[in-house]
Design a protein around this ligand. Sequence first.
Ligand code: PLP
Length: 363
Amino acid sequence: MTARIQPQPGIMDIELYVGGKAHVDGVSNTVKLSSNENPWGASEKAKQAFRAVAGNLHVYPSSDHAELRGAIAEIHSLDADRIICANGSDEVISFLCQAYAGEGDEVLFTEHGFLMYKLSAQGAGATPVSVPESNRHTDVDALLAAATENTKLVFLANPNNPTGTMIPESEIARLADGLPEQALLVLDGAYAEYVEGFDGHAALVDTRENIFMTRTFSKIYGLGALRIGWGYGPAEIVNTLHRLRGPFNVNAAAMAAAEAAVRDVEYTEKCHAQNSQWRDYLCEQLNALGIPCDPSNANFVLARFSSEAEADAADAALGAEGLIVRAVKSYGLAECLRITVGKGADCKRVIAVLAAFKESWAA
Ligand SMILES: Cc1ncc(COP(=O)(O)O)c(C=O)c1O
């Protein structure tokens, strides 16, 4: 490549995102528990809506996403005009960074926060700032202490990935009220549907000018393959973000499936109940095996081993049995493995393999 063609400063410092593994060499019949996908898949109604789009593939999708925004607003009791849909919530995160952070600006996120906050901040030319957590929990005082006159965005997932921990709404409100006035607090609700009776802090968004919420169809709705997410916030912020998106940033199949999925409340509730049952099983069993695990609020658990070497060996033992989990070294948690809650039989297999592993490791 000619040396004259150069990217913007900082672009080559952005690490390439590495997703959860999907294969283990030499092992067939694997079970993927590495990307927090819904093991029960998408609702039948969503699949039907997806298939129905096949007859109209030559037609451009709606560019205002009105039907999907209407459905989301109806189900979640929100204002449809303040919803923006995007190619995954990753895209909303990227729009927020492009719109509100540039050179000299700081983007804050928590120590074990979702990697895309850092990568998107760097992509916008801003300075990413990682803020310490307290025992794998978001530390509001640390965030407030880290905020400066240059802080433009503060990203916080509640529940957080990969820790699965959550802080109470009163703490979120305290954070929003204490931030400098030029900073926008972004509450990432990718796992909100896994928390009983939780609105992802939508009500807080409605009472503050400095809070924005992101949500996704990739987790409980089982539509990760289609790339669709959304954001909700103050009208001026939504209006700003619309200027950054392509007119057809969300495809027709994704919108049709997402609309059917969000309306299929019965199926969502079923997935929620199954997840709670097997998540609690995993947590209890891991703790009983001497593998500590914080109570999780999401669709995964974070298993803590005594060392990176033990976590690597446990990862290999699970992989050899076709159980693919996520090493989280890139999240600063080298001694941990993140395990997505699978179907009951798969959760039992995870525990059986780890029980045998623990015995051999101790021996
Ligand atoms: C906390 C968090 N936010 C956002 C996302 C991105 O979701 P999407 O598939 O909507 O881009 C993920 C995906 O793993 C996540 O864990």
